[in-house]
Design a protein around this ligand. Structure first.
Ligand code: NDP
Length: 373
């Protein structure tokens, strides 16, 4: 029995060293042959890739940064507005999410943001022109500056997030400039991976929440446009998967949901989940476009733009040659399965099931003020 304690210690040492060997053995080689050593441990992993995410402060950016940072990547977040980026800090371990101030016209700040990275994502986009940036500035010139910096510092991978229906001859300026952005990116950095997401939904979306908002629904096409909405987390998962799969370089991906809906059908789903119906006002295009144009020019908060009115008349175009979720082994989730999750907050409080009143409460006419659980 005197021999037992040293024996136990030996077994424990053995298992620790085996575990340590497994942890250390994870070496990945990037497309250009750079070894990336990772010591796995979830968000506290050591080593790993360094990724820059332009447009991280937006809707999709939140989920992309979250997925990268929680797997131990160092994420560089170029930002414009102090308050817009704060929620991203906690996505990763201490020091893993690095903020750098950036301006789309300041080349030095863009170069600073990309130069230490193994992969750069460009998620920057705007649905409407703003006071200082029109759509061309954001989608074409901005992309050009970013890709030039990526090429200059010989970054391994560049992923450009474009848009569904991006076509050079589209009647919508948004789709046209997105297509030109893809072209510019590929001309400077031919291995650019182009990702065209369908309209995305999630907690901060501008699809379900616009239809569910208490304001009237104002449209020009009687909610007749057809789209294939996609879950934002599916798109973020696809973007993360591209980091680990170098065969995705130079490819084009169209990421859309499994079902084709008209906006009227989506509106029906929204009304059913929110248990309410909104007033729908249809303004013809020839009147809505000039109103939206001037409103967008003179009001300083985001408002429906003339180009968004035009986009209502364009059904989502699917490029048959592009790769899809299937090529990334991802099964996109069905919109119907998530509408309750995203829209339950719009239900009126009168729909909560209150427990039946007891006889005593009825006698005393006691009213429930609140119900816990
Ligand atoms: P958001 O509008 O939520 O975010 C856009 C991001 O781009 C923000 O981080 C914003 O920064 C940044 N940005 C915009 N203009 C500028 C500028 N002039 N200079 C610097 N940064 C700028 O977009 P989403 O997350 O919804 O979409 C991500 C990408 O996917 C975009 O390119 C979008 O066009 C595209 N897309 C989105 C769809 C959708 O349904 N949401 C559908 C199809 C394509 P800041 O916070 O500082 O304003």
């Amino acid at each position: 029995s005197a021999q037992l304690p040293p024996m136990r210690v030996t077994m424990r040492n053995l298992s620790t060293s085996v575990r340590r060997q497994q942890l250390n053995s994870d070496v990945r080689i990037t497309r250009t042959g750079k070894p990336i050593l990772t010591v796995s441990g979830g968000r506290s992993s050591l080593g790993g890739y360094t990724a820059t995410v332009f447009g991280a402060t937006g809707f999709l950016g939140r989920y992309v940064v979250n997925r990268l940072a929680r797997s131990g990547c160092t994420v560089v977040v170029p930002f414009r507005e102090e308050m817009a980026k704060r929620h991203l800090k906690v996505a990763g371990d201490l020091g893993r999410v690095v903020f750098l101030e950036m301006d789309l016209r300041n080349t030095a700040s863009i170069e600073e943001s990309v130069r230490h990275s193994d992969i750069v994502y460009n998620l920057i986009g705007r649905d409407y022109p703003t006071k200082n940036f029109d759509l061309e500035d954001v989608h074409v010139e901005g992309t050009e500056r970013i890709v030039e910096a990526v090429a200059k510092y010989d970054i391994d991978r560049f992923i450009q997030v474009s848009s569904h229906s991006a076509q050079l001859d589209s009647p919508s300026e948004f789709y046209r400039t997105k297509a030109r952005g893809e072209q510019v990116a590929r001309s400077i950095y031919p291995e650019t991976t182009v990702v065209r997401p369908a309209p995305m939904y999630g907690y901060e979306d501008r699809l379900l929440h616009r239809l569910a908002s208490p304001a009237n629904i104002i449209t020009s096409n009687h909610l007749q446009e057809r789209i294939r909405p996609v879950h934002v987390i599916d798109v973020a998962t696809a973007l993360e998967r591209m980091l680990h799969d170098d065969t995705t370089a130079a490819e084009t991906y169209e990421l859309y949901g499994p079902t084709d809906y008209s906006m009227a059908e989506i509106n029906e789903l929204v009304e059913k989940e929110a248990m309410t119906s909104r007033r729908h006002v249809n303004i013809p295009r020839r009147i809505a476009k000039p109103i939206a144009y001037y409103a967008n020019k003179f009001l300083w908060w985001p408002i429906h733009s003339a180009d968004e009115v035009e986009r209502e008349f364009i059904d989502q175009i699917i490029d048959k040659n592009a790769k899809t979720f299937k090529d990334l082994d991802i099964e996109p989730v069905e919109l119907k399965s998530l509408t309750f999750e995203y829209l339950k907050g719009y239900r009126s409080s009168s729909y909560y099931d209150l427990p039946p009143m007891s006889e005593k409460e009825k006698r005393e006419e006691k009213k429930y003020l609140h119900v816990i659980d």
